[in-house]
Write a protein that binds this ligand. Structure first.
Ligand code: ADP
Ligand code: ZN
Length: 720
């Protein structure tokens, strides 16, 4: 037989089918090892056939086949083809998305244990140990071999096996992450609004369902109901959440509800755990795949429902090749399985909501919080006034007042600031020198705990300046406030308050941020200060005050989505307040209180925001009414990057000239951040009326380049 093999090498030069001779019974989707050039390499069988177009004696033989159950099923293979085509990338790179890395290298192995089982009685009259072992097994039916060896001696067990009295088997055991998480969970009886939502989803003939529900409206319970239904029908489910929402709280709820049917796929697991969770899904032992973006590639069959929670979250777009949108992959899978794709959010992206409004998906709205709790009041604190009244601190007088009251009432507060570290810039007051990273063109952030400067793009650390390297001046100013500075100011203002901080610096490893959240949840601290990490999904019943320290930060990004991001952020953060009995409050600090987006946000007026934002984008020709395409060219040597840029720029320019009617904007330039991690970055930025030329653009950009990366981004999340 002949197997068509894709070798696991991420290069366009070998991105084609190679024929190999194989034994009967090798199945498409299997992992294999094949001779390649003068070495061996891993690969995948994409298809099998009787005959090759090449003379058979010239073909080489597959050297090893890994799986009895092929690692990939038919759907995955078809999806691989489709995605490789859509995003113009080598199939090997798409195949890698379907498999945990450790599986491709074959480094992690299944873990087997030896078991011994009773079969029948036998003559053991002259062997005391054998007699004892046999009667033990007769009673216990089956036991682990290692333990029996210790109890009765390995020789006795072997002798019993020789007599056919016992049977020895090797069985696979699985490592299971979060096994220790004890969860209690009783399904809630659905409220009328929730029930209506579930019924609307069931009855809908559309694939895509948009569940637009205010924070605290009980969307999770709806997801779980739909997942339970899929399981009852003997089907499987995929449940995606932003990485940050994979909290123990959520995992324990899922474990409690669905038991070992849940498999968790995420980057914080150990290799062995990830490997085993993956196989549990592949074999059907587990049928609910839970995880962040990459879990959309979970190896489940017969999908009954796919849920994408917080669908607007930026993490759902991949930032490495292939730069897929999770939604695109999910829609393909849902279509293949004829199941529903449920998108949930309190603040859907403009794009998603437009689809629903124009009838391309089914829109379900949840207008009320569970138990009709009101949304917390959002009070605007005008920071210009504060400055005018001589208050230079990061806290407005209103926020201080509310904090004092909150602490006095023994409740909890969360303070949100989207900037970690102590200060965002370190400036010499004599000459204006700003400390910058040597490998990236960005300013460094001061971190007070380690007393060093850090680059937030590449992670490099530098010694703190004692004098300006430019002029020797010693008056160094810390500009901009970060989370560390907020904590140190809070300590001065409220010496007896217990304060926790949560950002990228405090949360390393799988346990890092769980510990902080757990501590805050059990009221071991009064105030939690953090970046957007604290904005999502957490349910802390004793929080009655939320402070948004700098609502303008995301507003003034030079990005067409900045208004949308700000609205989402304010809504999400505000949703953390007053979730239980006590009414909550939010203090929103801004220098532009008259800003339209903020005005809709404080009234929780999503519909108003959507009308405003979508008409603005329509008028100015921005997505979803147009498409932004950025071609990035990055390389360590500037000359090489420029050479590669020319290779794509001229054909793109020709395309633009030939199709003026499709182009709204076309320009090549240095990227706003010219260098990141020593890579020079050039870009061609385009705005197109639609997708008509997309395919031609991808074609132009699949040029062969040396030492330079060329890639296409569609509606990128940030344009830095
Ligand atoms: P959302 O995801 O929409 O922000 P959640 O799913 O977190 O909202 O639900 C908010 C709270 O309401 C949670 O504490 C949840 O346990 C509770 N809840 C959800 N549904 C019900 C229900 N039908 N009856 C009572 N409590 C519920
Ligand atoms: Zn750097």
């Amino acid at each position: 037989m002949i197997a068509e093999v894709i070798v696991d090498i991420a290069s366009s030069e070998v991105d084609r089918i190679f024929d190999y001779v194989c034994d009967e019974g090798v199945k498409p989707g299997s992992r294999v090892v094949v001779p390649f050039g003068n070495t061996h390499t891993a690969g995948f069988v994409m298809a099998c056939k009787e005959r090759s177009e090449y003379p058979e004696q010239k073909l080489r033989r597959i050297s090893k086949v890994y799986d009895e159950l092929p690692a990939l099923n038919e759907e995955c293979l078809a999806l691989t083809d489709a995605l490789a085509k859509r995003y113009r990338c080598p199939k090997a790179l798409v195949l890698r998305l379907f498999l945990p890395a450790e599986m491709r290298t074959g480094k992690v192995k299944e873990r087997y244990l030896r078991y011994v089982a009773f079969v029948k009685d036998a003559d053991t009259s002259r062997a005391k140990k054998q007699a004892a072992a046999l009667s033990y097994l007769k009673e216990h039916k089956k036991a682990e071999g290692r333990i029996l060896d210790e109890m009765f001696g390995a020789a006795a067990i072997k002798a019993l096996a020789g007599k056919g009295a016992v049977e020895i088997t090797r069985e696979q055991v699985r490592r299971s992450p979060y096994e220790g998480i004890a969860g209690s969970d009783t399904p809630h009886t659905l409220t009328q609004e929730q029930r209506a939502a579930v019924e609307s989803i069931r009855a809908s003939s559309q694939t895509v369902q948009l569940l637009h529900g205010v924070t605290g409206s009980g969307k999770t319970e709806i997801y779980l109901t739909l997942i339970a239904e899929a399981l009852e029908q003997d089907k499987s489910a995929i449940f995606l959440v932003p990485e940050i929402s994979l909290t123990p709280q959520m995992l324990s709820q899922l474990r409690a509800r669905f038991g070992s049917a849940v498999a968790i796929l995420h980057s914080g697991l150990s290799y062995g755990e990830r490997f085993d969770e993956w196989w549990r899904l592949r074999t059907g032992e587990a049928r609910v795949a839970v995880g962040a973006r990459s879990a959309i590639f979970a190896p489940v069959d017969r999908i009954g429902v796919i849920v994408i929670d917080e669908e607007h979250d930026a993490s759902y777009t991949s930032e490495s090749t292939p730069r897929y949108r999770t939604y695109d992959v999910a829609l393909r899978r849902a279509t293949y399985h004829s199941c529903k794709l449920v998108l949930g959010s309190a603040t859907p992206s403009v794009e998603t909501y437009l689809d629903a409004r124009e009838g391309r998906s089914n829109l379900i709205s949840l207008k009320n919080r569970i138990n009709s709790k009101p949304m917390p009041d959002i009070i605007i604190a005008d920071m210009r006034e504060e400055v005018r009244h001589g208050n230079p601190s990061a806290f407005s007088s209103r926020l201080k007042e509310e904090l004092t009251r909150c602490l006095a009432e023994k409740r909890q507060a969360m303070l949100f600031l989207n900037r970690r570290g102590y200060s965002s810039t370190v400036v010499c007051q004599e000459c204006g020198y700003v400390a910058q990273c040597e490998s990236c063109d960005v300013s460094l952030t001061y971190h007070s705990e380690e007393d060093c400067l850090k680059c937030h793009y590449c992670g490099a650390k530098y010694k703190m300046l004692t004098a300006c390297p430019n002029c020797g001046g010693v008056r160094i100013r810390y500009g901009g406030t970060g989370t560390q500075r907020v904590v140190s100011e809070l300590r001065k203002l409220y010496p007896s308050a217990r304060i926790l901080r949560m950002d990228n610096d405090t949360t390393s490893g799988k346990e890092g941020h769980y510990k902080i959240l757990r501590a805050f949840a059990s009221h071991e601290a009064d105030i939690l200060v953090g970046t957007q990490m604290i904005a999502k999904g957490h349910d802390f019943p004793e929080v009655t005050l939320v402070g948004i320290l700098d609502a303008d930060m995301s507003l003034h990004f030079s990005d067409y989505r900045s208004g949308e991001r700000t609205f989402q952020l304010v809504t999400q953060v505000a949703g953390r307040s007053g979730r239980a009995q006590e009414a909550g409050k939010v203090v929103l600090q801004t220098y532009s209180p008259e800003n339209n987006v903020l005005r809709y946000a404080v009234r929780y007026d999503y519909a108003g925001f959507f009308e405003y934002e979508s008409s603005l984008r329509k008028a100015t020709h921005f997505p979803p009414f147009a498409k932004i395409v950025r071609v990035m060219v990055t390389g360590e040597k500037e000359e090489e990057a420029i050479e590669a840029l020319k290779k794509v720029y001229y054909p793109l320019e020709a395309l633009a000239k030939a199709h003026r009617e499709e182009f709204l904007f076309f320009n090549k330039m240095k990227s706003p951040i010219r260098r990141i991690q020593n890579q020079y970055r050039y870009q061609v930025l385009m705005r197109l009326k639609g997708d008509a030329l997309l395919s031609a653009i991808y074609d132009i950009c699949s040029v062969k380049t040396r030492n330079v990366l060329v890639y296409v981004e569609e509606n990128p999340n940030n344009l830095s």
